[in-house]
Design a protein around this ligand. Sequence first.
Ligand SMILES: [Zn+2]
Length: 217
Amino acid sequence: MKDFLDTILNIVFPVNCISCKEKGSLLCIKCLASSPEAERESALWIFPLFDYRHPPLKKAIWLLKYKGKRKLADIFAEVMYARILEELADLSMMENFREPVLIPIPLAPKRYRERGFNQATLLCKALMELDKNENFKLEKNILIKPKDTEHQARIEDRSKRLKNIIGSFLVKNPQTIKDKNIILIDDVTTTGATLAEAKKTLKSAGARKVIAFTVAH
Ligand SMILES: [Zn+2]
């Protein structure tokens, strides 16, 4: 039904790829897959896919987050899914990283109300659709961000950014993630401070090992 509606909508309101102008999707899978890889340094447990400075990618992420172009999450997830499986093949063997649980980086309540959705949760749901419960589970209400904090991107000073994020996450029902391997999902990582704080919170709640995937860095 969803596909049928999409087809109809595409006939009535055709969209074009912001990069190659091809009809069908706001960013086509070809243009996404050929985007420059993230190459700036990030922590070893963080796996960003693409370079955020690449204009079509930056625009696509903006369209998803601020314009609610949710279908972009499906396209990002396609590339992310392949990458996760690649890494899992190694990690399950080398680090006994098995039966992982996907956890989206949560939004604070105010931001969630403003936006009406969490882009990281949309990515997780799209990943689950591709995975069909083969490799991982989704826990979308375990890690929460109970208080409204200032928007990280608006704070220029690095130490203030860190202070802003420290203690901002909480784990509901820690028994759900006890001794579990966790894959954190987010759209963008900048300094890695948000992911690091989420990892710390999950670890102190009993998680075994935590890694993260993001669309861009
Ligand atoms: Zn394209």
